[in-house]
Design a protein around this ligand. Structure first.
Ligand code: NAD
Ligand code: UGA
Length: 455
């Protein structure tokens, strides 16, 4: 039996430990967090995050071999393996503000480990961190007065929200990086043995520690780059009469390119793509590579361009004024099947619409609470309505922000009859049947396709 601790009970720490607990019933896992409300929620029937399949899995393992606690110090003392899964947001003050990763939570954790460790530990970096962070962690861990051995291992997480449980149970790969000494390789092997309970051995990659840290940033950069690439083509499609879904299909059938992650939309959101690329840009400058920095910076710039383009398109097509018009946002989460709204494109789009004096009505099956928090400081007319039919009633326009399945299956004739005319539909995710909507009488504005006015 191994005693495993995870510091940070968020979107990564929670689900990843639930899966380890389920797949390794003989290990005892404790998840700690400095936020007592969050821990209370993990212990209750109302979990702090929404993920398909998570509720059921938590019920199977909680208080069997998975425990939630606020006692970080006790957790450190008792455990042999410590996953660090705290947040590493973009720094918003001082040197590197707006680009570098803010490592204050991570450093605090390292210091807590130093102060409380009474036996050797394997420390696992699960948070996404700048390359070379393990070196800084080792510097801090060296201060351990008891002379206890600490091994830092990099094991970045690749799960995506909304599919986290499936991603954790069937990962494309698990990456474990370490130093090359015999002791470090032994420590790395302990982690390999844990994952080998359910992940096929050929999918568990071991590497040098810096490659592992950098591969995480590289993976997110490549994924975000694909989205910015297809979004840049969506702009060109709208100018030329090409259809971005047809272009994406043709491009994606080249097996060297692949079909996934080529859906044009209102830009990528989520807590990581932007922050990780900005962090990469900062690192490139730090290492004297301004040309590489500029290359990756453009991925974020095109993402901003895409959101602004969407809003300008709405203004232009609605007679150059949104003042007093009711606009219903279908969805607020940054993607479907999550309640997470961090960096959701819907936030900046809602702000821009409010700046134009529009009346914004927001509906979302899981993210209304977060939406309220995100817009709490913003002035303007905003309503939050659970039922999409009620939300759209009396509106001039609907703008699809999130690709929730329910929006594909609404009765759009009924919705149309309750809206002000002309009724506009801006499909920011290209999930609806545009021809059918046009036949009903909507003015339809997809992404990367010619607009379709009523027949
Ligand atoms: P999160 O904000 O949901 O969770 C982090 C948790 O750490 C918070 O609950 C916070 O209270 C806690 N915490 C911070 N400092 C602490 C301390 N000293 N002691 C105890 N608890 C502390 O963040 P997240 O989305 O789970 O992301 C965590 C890390 O994983 C980030 O580096 C992120 O880039 C990376 N990551 C996230 C995802 C994702 O889908 N969200 C996927 C892969 C990797
Ligand atoms: C992403 C990565 O996919 C994960 O591998 C990674 O672990 C994680 O970031 C992280 O490090 O946090 P996530 O942000 O949860 O996961 O979700 P994605 O499915 O990647 O979607 C990100 C954004 O891109 C969403 O706003 C989504 O709507 C958008 N997107 C995605 C598109 O606009 N088009 C696409 O084709 C795919």
């Amino acid at each position: 039996m191994k005693r495993i601790l995870c510091i940070g009970a968020g979107y990564v720490g929670g689900p990843s430990m639930v899966v380890i607990a389920e797949k390794c019933p003989h290990h005892r896992i404790t998840v700690v967090d400095c936020n007592p409300d969050k821990i209370a929620q993990w212990r209750s029937d109302s979990l702090p995050i929404y993920e398909p399949g998570l509720d059921e899995a938590v019920k199977r393992v909680r208080d069997r071999n998975l425990f939630f606690s606020i006692d970080v110090e006790k957790g450190i003392k008792e455990s042999e393996i410590i996953f660090v899964s705290v947040n590493t947001p973009t720094k918003n003050f001082g040197v590197g503000s707006g680009q570098a990763a803010d490592l204050q939570y991570w450093e605090k954790t390292a210091r807590q480990i130093v102060e409380n460790a009474e036996s050797p530990k394997i420390i696992v970096e699960k948070s996404t961190v700048p390359v070379k962070t393990a070196q800084a962690m080792e510097e801090i861990l060296k201060m351990n007065q008891n002379g206890k051995k600490m091994h830092v291992i990099s094991n970045p997480e690749f799960l995506a929200e909304g599919t986290a449980m499936n991603d954790l149970e069937h990962p494309d790969r698990v990456l474990i990086g370490s130093h090359e000494s015999e002791e470090a390789i032994r420590a790395r092997q302990e982690l390999v043995d844990i994952y080998a309970h359910w992940v096929p051995r050929e999918r568990i990659l071991t590497s040098n520690i810096w490659s592992s840290e950098l591969a995480k940033l590289a993976s997110n950069a490549f994924l975000a780059q694909r989205i910015s690439s297809i979004n840049s083509f969506s702009a060109l499609c709208e100018k030329t009469g090409a259809d971005v879904t047809e272009v994406a299909r043709a491009v994606g059938m080249d097996s060297r390119i692949g079909a996934r992650f080529l859906a044009a939309g209102i830009g990528f959101g989520g807590s990581c793509f932007k922050k990780d690329i900005l962090n990469l840009v900062y690192l490139c400058h730090h290492y004297g590579l301004p040309d590489v920095a500029r290359y990756w910076e453009e991925v974020v710039r095109i993402n901003e361009f895409q959101k602004e383009r969407f809003v300008l398109n709405m203004i232009q097509s609605m007679f150059n004024t949104l003042s007093g018009k009711r606009i219903c946002l279908f969805g607020f989460a940054f993607k479907a099947n999550t309640g997470d709204t961090r960096e959701s494109p819907a936030i900046s789009i809602a702000r821009r619409l409010l700046e134009e004096n529009a009346h914004v009505v927001i509906t979302d099956p899981k993210a209304l609470k977060n939406a309220r928090d995100d817009l709490a400081e913003i002035k303007g007319a905003i309503d939050f309505v659970e039922d999409p039919y009620a939300a759209a009633c009396g509106c001039d326009a609907i703008a699809v922000m999130t690709e929730w399945e329910i929006y594909r299956n609404l009765d759009y004739e009924e919705v149309f009859s309750s809206m002000r005319k002309p009724a506009y539909l801006f499909d920011g995710r290209n999930i609806l049947d545009h021809r059918e909507l046009q036949e009903i009488g909507y003015s339809v504005y997809p992404i990367g396709k010619p607009p379709m006015v009523p027949l």
